[in-house]
Design a protein around this ligand. Structure first.
Ligand SMILES: Cc1cc2nc3c(=O)[nH]c(=O)nc-3n(C[C@H](O)[C@H](O)[C@H](O)COP(=O)(O)O)c2cc1C
Length: 210
């Protein structure tokens, strides 16, 4: 049976959203049924950003997506989480949502489901790896099985000729200090591959869970 994959993300300026769409393409290529959901904005952030045109345009481009719910988490066989970096960690919006999951945690409802993480940072060494690795901590508490981006499937990881995102921990992109950069071909390729791998692993785990 086709895996059910939830891709859920928060994005201020749209870079993480672009990776999420690529993860979606990869999961669909593997035959998965996909839900793409955004994490709800925090009112304080919306208020602080209300005069930022780039923020408004990005939020508008995502406004057709439903907000993620606990039922989406229950529905999924595998989950891809996307976040921009905030001081080397996940964004508060995503943490706030994860911190509502104790009803699922207490019943082990996410245990033995697959999970992968993708991120956006402003700069090359601004915390891509720390964001993904620290994101893994709550996922492990929830009992999820981590899916990364291994070298064999991701030749982009060997590219040292130019600046790009991606690590064995997961796909990523570099937005630039002013947000003017866009995901590179390799960043999108790694995101597609995460979606495909997550779908394949989730399908097998679903059959093991019975
Ligand atoms: C409060 C705050 C903290 C941030 N911390 C970092 C950081 O530690 N490293 C970094 O490279 N970028 C940092 N950024 C920049 C964001 O990661 C960047 O805007 C984001 O990756 C763009 O992705 P998005 O378009 O999906 O929002 C920070 C931005 C904000 C608002």
């Amino acid at each position: 049976m086709a895996a059910k994959i939830l891709i859920t993300f928060y994005s201020t300026y749209g870079h993480t959203f672009k990776l999420a769409q690529a993860v979606q393409r990869g999961a669909e290529t593997a035959g998965a049924e996909v839900r793409l959901r955004r994490v709800a904005e925090l009112p304080q952030a919306a208020e602080a950003m209300k005069n930022d045109e780039n923020y408004q345009a990005a939020q508008q481009s995502m406004s057709h997506l439903e907000e993620v719910t606990h039922d989406d988490l229950r529905w999924a066989d595998g989950i891809a989480w996307g976040t921009p970096t905030r001081y080397g960690n996940m964004a508060a919006q995503v943490k706030q949502f994860i911190d509502t999951t104790s009803p699922l945690w207490s019943k082990g409802e996410l245990e033995d489901k697959a999970s992968g993480v993708f991120v956006s940072t402003a700069t090359q060494h601004g915390g891509q790896e720390s964001t993904i690795l620290s994101f893994h901590i709550p996922l492990l508490h929830l009992g999820m099985i981590l899916v990364g981006s291994p070298y064999g499937q991701n030749p982009t990881l060997f590219n040292v000729e130019n600046i790009h995102g991606g690590s064995p921990y997961g796909p990523s992109t570099i937005a630039g200090g002013d947000g003017s950069l866009q995901p590179k071909e390799g960043d999108l390729e790694m995101s597609i591959k995460l979606g495909t791998r997550l779908a394949k692993v989730s399908e097998r785990l679903a059959s093991l869970r019975g």
